[in-house]
Design a protein around this ligand. Structure first.
Ligand SMILES: Nc1ncnc2c1ncn2[C@@H]1O[C@H](COP(=O)(O)OP(=O)(O)OP(=O)(O)O)[C@@H](O)[C@H]1O
Length: 491
């Protein structure tokens, strides 16, 4: 244990800004301090660095009371990077970084040993300030100055580094490189770090634990996934925000929510414009929908306003369909960056469109059904490896409502069940197995929601939205299948 803080209270002129804070810090740990402006973060850091007197409680550093350290002793253990940097020094960068060696100097003459010079050089290189070592501090940019002062702190070779908004003036590349370096130093040199951060996502990505403060008190102290809880942050910061999961690492990400525009009273789905010809069905919207789809273009979760169901020959074969599809969209003057694009060999004329207003929301469904690859999914493993052609069922579901991610996933499940039931009712067979097909081998689906109006946490078949999806997808799929059958069996 490097640091132990018990029931700490303190502040300015005898007043307690910090009230009853307790925590401990392990060697090599990175602790983030978060909290709104004025919550006492800087004051806490000043108490921890011995700059302010403790009114109540204790701070132990290496099992020894902080106040028992001389200032030189303390400077060998703790380095501070303050929030506001003093820029009026008429020192050059190298001199300032060398000041970090002061706690190690002995005797009357404060000269730097070769060892001191080596450490100063290493600190300048680590913080990438070596190239301007001869320049005066006040001639550098804010971010460069911050890195110089970090170099001075590193040259102190502290066991504990206290950082007040260290990424304040840094561009994103230096932010990431600073925090990556801190993590590495923490791990390999057992350096412990306490950093005040304003960026919740940086705290999430880089801190082992977070101390969340409000009005001088500790609201929470735990790992980021627990402290960065949506409702807790909304309460402390008095602002609307949303928590998402990071796409690559298992850490939460927090994103702000701009004030909602006036929710339009009109039925937003009525604003969709449908174009249908032999080449494609295009549905275009004046605003973006949040979509979840398995399309060729625009798959996964995204925000899109153009929806294309493109007819291709059933022998369509292309090594890179995504690129080819994007070229097609560009040639037709559709904006690729805002388009969901699917393809089908089904005749587009046979598509079924159903729009229905329910009590609190509206659902619009489009289905095209090509059945040449019909398959009973429970027996798909018995099919030989022959390449599927593009006979496919494409299902689009537009919802005028605000869906949670769970509702998006449940809407997919509900729609898939409704599609399978339609194939069952239409007695579509898997041509290889002779059993009832549950879909085709290349089906694609999209759920698109306005994310305005009524909130839908769920969309399973127990919910009103799930019931609507079940009804409309079943009906639209059945109608599209019937047309496909008529075409196949009409001489
Ligand atoms: N030198 C001072 N003398 C008296 N009061 C002070 C002094 N410095 C800060 N305070 C008060 O202490 C409280 C906490 O300030 P502090 O700077 O610790 O907050 P903070 O959480 O670091 O804020 P920020 O996010 O704005 O940097 C504030 O109400 C502030 O007015």
């Amino acid at each position: 244990m490097l640091l132990q803080v018990n029931g700490l209270s303190g502040g300015y002129n005898g007043l307690n800004i910090i009230k009853d804070i307790s925590f401990s810090l392990q060697k090599g740990e990175v602790l983030g301090i978060l909290g709104p402006n004025g919550s006492g973060k800087t004051t806490l850091l000043k108490l921890l660095s011995g700059l302010l007197p403790v009114n109540n409680g204790d701070i132990f550093l290496n099992d020894r009371l902080l106040e028992s350290y001389s200032s030189k002793e303390l400077a060998r253990e703790v380095a501070v990077l303050p929030q506001n940097t003093e820029t009026s020094f008429t020192y050059c960068v190298e001199d300032i970084v060398s000041l970090g060696r002061y706690p190690y100097q002995r005797g009357m003459f404060n000269t730097n040993s070769n060892e001191d010079k080596r450490i100063v050089l290493e600190a300048m290189k680590q913080t990438q300030v070596y190239d301007f070592r001869d320049k005066y501090l006040h001639t550098l940019s804010g971010g460069e100055q911050q890195r110089v002062l970090l170099a001075r702190a590193l040259a102190q070779e502290p066991k504990l580094l206290l950082l007040d908004e260290p990424t304040n003036h840094l561009d994103i590349s230096f932010q990431v490189s600073l925090l990556d370096s801190l993590k590495t130093w923490a791990k390999h040199r057992s350096l412990s770090v306490i950093a005040i951060l304003h960026d919740l996502n940086m705290a999430s990505l880089y801190c082992d634990r977070i101390l969340l403060m409000e009005n001088g008190k500790q609201v929470d102290l735990n790992k980021p996934s627990i402290v960065l809880e949506e409702s807790q942050l909304e309460k402390v910061y008095q602002t609307s925000l949303k928590r998402k999961e990071h796409p690559v690492v298992p850490k939460p990400l927090i994103t702000l929510l701009p004030k909602h525009e006036e929710t339009e009273k009109d039925n937003l789905l009525q604003k969709l414009v449908v174009t249908q010809n032999n080449e494609y069905i295009a549905i275009q919207s004046p605003f973006q929908f949040k979509t979840l789809s398995s399309a060729v273009v625009g798959a996964g979760f995204s925000w899109e306003r153009t929806f294309i169901n493109r007819h291709v020959d059933k022998h369509y074969n292309c090594d890179d369909p995504k690129t080819e599809y994007k070229q097609f969209l560009t040639a037709k003057n559709f904006d690729v960056s805002e388009t969901v694009g699917m393809m089908t060999a089904a005749v587009l004329e046979d598509a079924e469109f159903i729009i229905k207003e329910f009590e609190e929301f509206t659902v619009f469904v489009m289905v095209t059904a090509g059945l040449s690859n019909a398959v009973d999914v429970s027996k798909a493993y018995l099919h030989d490896g022959k390449k599927a052609t593009v006979g496919t069922i494409n299902t689009w579901i537009f919802i005028d409502g605000n869906l949670s991610e769970a509702a998006f996933v449940q809407a997919l499940v509900t729609a898939t069940e409704a599609k399978a039931k339609a194939l069952h009712d239409e007695e579509i067979l898997d041509p290889v197995m002779g059993t009832i097909a549950t879909g085709t081998s290349t089906d694609s689906i999209m759920i698109a929601a306005t994310q305005k109006g009524k909130e839908f946490p769920y969309a399973g078949s127990i919910t009103a939205l799930g019931k609507a999806i079940g009804l409309l997808v079943h009906e639209a799929t059945q109608k599209a299948i019937e047309r496909n059958k008529r075409r196949l069996f009409t001489p």
